[in-house]
Write a protein that binds this ligand. Structure first.
Ligand SMILES: [Fe+2]
Length: 254
């Protein structure tokens, strides 16, 4: 069982798959690589796209039917990638306003702005956890603040945030510098999930390749940790987290 917790494979909702054909192409690629379960996480409230839970649920239903009809053995579950905003916790508590990953009321996939960290971030994460939710920060390796000062990420992780990095960043799709920084985060146990963040044929499902890379360059124990963590997210259960350490600041990552 291989679960991908972050993807944009639902068609016509955001900058991911545009048509049902694109969705099927992506799904076939996922299956070819050995992915069995995918949480669809369209962008939400990021200034460009707004996708209410009902729209996402309906599209997930349609896509699962399509996959079934075409005998493609992939199961899709609802979720969303939410851009951090002030009323996030209040809205999570409302009916039909936001979606947690696979609607389990546990894990919330949150996107930070790429160039700064809003001053209310820690406060929102604190309130999220008070209500029993766990924030997962998407593609943290791409955040300019974390790149400059990884301690900011360490501090958020110490306060209970979990982090996801993109499979392509692990295997070098986005260049050597990104890869080096991403692997440093992995080495310091500041990463809890790897996901594809698949959008289209160019940014496709690469998750199993990243697991393979981790197994070869770190250990099978670590790649299994990542594999299992994503399964726990699908089921909405908590799991033990490895202790993180600080990434050296003296190194210039970018
Ligand atoms: Fe994404």
């Amino acid at each position: 069982m291989k679960v991908d917790i972050h993807s944009h494979l639902l068609f016509d909702l955001d900058d991911g798959a545009a048509t049902p054909y694109d969705t099927i192409t992506l799904a076939k690629k996922a299956v070819e690589l050995g992915i069995t379960h995918v949480i669809a996480t369209p962008h939400h409230k990021n200034g460009m796209y707004s996708n209410p839970p009902d729209t996402i649920r309906k599209r997930v239903f349609e896509v699962n039917k399509l996959l079934q009809n075409m005998n493609i053995p992939l199961k899709v579950f609802p979720g969303m990638e939410i851009k951090l905003y002030g009323d996030l916790v209040t809205d999570l508590e409302k009916e039909n306003e936001l979606l947690t990953l696979n609607n389990t009321k546990k894990y919330v996939l949150i996107e930070l702005p790429q160039s700064h960290i809003p001053h209310y971030t820690e406060e929102i994460f604190f309130h999220l956890q008070l209500k029993g939710y766990i924030p997962i920060l998407s593609h943290v390796e791409r955040n300019k603040v974390f790149q400059k000062d990884p301690e900011r990420l360490y501090n958020l992780v110490q306060k209970g945030a979990l982090t996801q990095v993109t499979a392509g960043s692990i295997i070098g799709t986005f260049g050597y510098k990104v890869q080096k920084f991403t692997l440093a985060l992995v080495r310091h146990q500041l990463v809890h999930f790897i996901a594809s963040d698949a959008h289209n044929e160019n940014r496709s499902f690469q998750l199993p390749l990243a697991y393979q890379f981790i197994e070869t360059n770190f250990s099978s124990k670590l790649s299994n940790y990542f594999i299992k963590n994503s399964i726990h997210v699908l089921y909405g259960v908590e799991f033990p987290i490895l202790d993180a350490s600080k990434v050296e600041r003296k190194k210039k990552w970018f």
